[in-house]
Write a protein that binds this ligand. Sequence first.
Ligand code: CTP
Ligand code: MN
Ligand code: MN
Length: 510
Amino acid sequence: MDPLQTVHLGPRKKRPRQTSALVASTPHDIRFQGLVLFILEKKMGTTRRAFLTELARKKGFRVENELSDSVTHIVAENNSGSDVLEWLQLQNIKASSQLELLDVSWLIECMRAGNPVQMTGKHQLVMRQDYLPNPIPDPQKTPSLAVQKISQYACQRRTTLINNNHIFTDAFDILAENSEFRENECSCLAFMRAASVLKSLPFTISSMRDTEGIPCLGDKVKCIMEEIIEDGESSDVNAVLNDERYKSFKLFTSVFGVGLKTSERWFRMGFRTLNKIRSDKSLKFTRMQKAGFLYYEDLVSCVTRAEAEAVSMLVKEAVWAFLPNALVTITGGFRRGKKIGHDVDFLITSQEATEEEEQQLLHKVTKLWEKKGLLLYCDLVESTFEKFKLPSRKVDALDHFQKCFLILKLHHQRVDSDKCSQQEEKTWKAIRVDLVMCPYERRAFALLGWTGSRQFERDLRRYATHERKMMLDNHALYDKTKRIFLEAESEEEIFAHLGLDYIEPWERNA
Ligand code: CTP
Ligand code: MN
Ligand code: MN
């Protein structure tokens, strides 16, 4: 299935409003007969339940919305066995000895393995008297999770938004950022890899013994983890959070258009607040930075999914006014299932457009928005794409497609029609939007590249280079041994060329 096709709706077709995943879920094939799950909402919450339900169904599990006699396994979170039994009693259902009451950690391990894993004592909320390790029908008979080796490459791990190791990953995200501000690439990479591998684990690390066999955890990283396990916090992280340079860089780089160089200059000049910088008459700002200051409050408050959907309609309306059959796909964090983002990213491509039409589209779209007063900032970069150029060797190389970095004015009424009543208030929000235009035959590579996460992309390229003697970037895949370009119509085909199991977009939150 080509993911680009799934969002290709004709311009006049209305997309149904996003409803709860429980209702909107599309039918999935049931791969594991005889296993009927029910996920308990109590203490878990509607959103997480809907997320887990959808995920499990996509993986081929049968999950019931309602509790019925056919249910064989009840999955609960933050509930003890007696909590669940009590709840069952309230529903007037007597737990039969066949019914398994399991902790959510079991389901999460199943999600990671892609099939039912063996239930052990730690998963079972109620230990049955006759408890024996209970093998579940398993068509592939994969080894239990414990013996599955965790890969050093993020592209061989499934990383959903369920993060069981926040206390560690938050720490390493901060330390990585601090290393980036200090331009210490080695330590930045080490902290990013550590955070990434921990985000993929289906369990919480609670002692150093749990880290055995996990790659990407060097001595420094392990020291910090040990401290967090013992004291609940890391002195290194606390030092960074109080560090003048870190605090200033964090603040300065939160302005659109301000990178490390500018931050360094302002820091050396003694600036510590944005107000002082904003009002300083001697400083020169780029057009990008001026826009960054002008719309600062809007841009630092994250884009919600509802806002991203509204922007998506805006983009489709404009694109389809000129190329009615163009494919418009949301990429970046929102394609990975994130609930918020710092911007909204789109990939645009068209099978029918001539080269001329293709080159003109972003110009026409941005001009249209300018006329409507919606274009607050626009930086259009022309394509430098060459068909026969080898993929870049660098893991962080920028791509050559035509693209524009925008700030759009999104009227509240496009998100929520109740919100536009009062007059005095500002009735719109400035939103960062990235549009990328790519040739039709490169859409799979562009989609893979623009879906991220950054760490996932880096590891895909590293894997291609070191494990397959291939070169991959946002435009192409080149086999150095055979000296040929490998074509692909879909992301699945690119993974197959690389000899990798397919990783879904929502499993790429590395
Ligand atoms: N990307 C790229 N070339 C760029 C910028 C971005 O290939 N010049 C890719 C990156 O791989 C990234 C993806 O596009 O993963 C989206 O970029 P970005 O919007 O910066 O990150 P998100 O993952 O979408 O995170 P956020 O939700 O904060 O926007
Ligand atoms: Mn993004
Ligand atoms: Mn972006």
